[in-house]
Design a protein around this ligand. Sequence first.
Ligand code: GRF
Length: 198
Amino acid sequence: MARKRVAILISGRGSNMVALIEAARDTSYPAEIVLVASNEPDAQGLERARAAGIATAVVDHRPYGKDRQAFEHALQAAIEPHAIDIVCLAGFMRLLTPWFISHWDGRLINIHPALLPAFKGLDTHARALAAGAKQHGATVHFVVPEMDSGPIIVQQAVPVLPDDTEATLAARVLAAEHRIYPQALRLVAEGRTQKTAG
Ligand code: GRF
């Protein structure tokens, strides 16, 4: 079966992107990373993608102001020539509109640094510590218009230790993210998990 063609959308350092690129280096992996696109021209991840020999695109959101859909049309235009099958969000810090999400319905996945449905949104590690959570973790899920709410593909829990700081907890969760994102993309690329309609 042909490998699925994947675009990764980033805004920052791109460590999850690197985890996906490394997994896809194995030619028996069912997906290949053909494009990395960023809304931030200076994203560190862009350099890492270029170093890995992957095509990159920058679609700065700023010229579009509040017009999210115009930004997304430009993003879509950057993705389209690459015949992309699956889009992975990896630290992509723009909220997407239903227009983009419905275009990629069932083929758009995201990683979130918490055990969803707990701690949707930002600052998940600080909030887990403040809540006294004993477990925290990471989730890969299909994207739906409601933020951090789509069907879950893979999760991994990590313990919260008594002397954890935000930084130590974040590092433990990030290591889990790097394990589960390649697993989740494999499941989607092989058609072994599917988002139900709606
Ligand atoms: C990760 O924690 C991811 O879950 C969140 O943003 C962070 C991105 O990190 N959405 P990186 O850019 O993949 O290193």
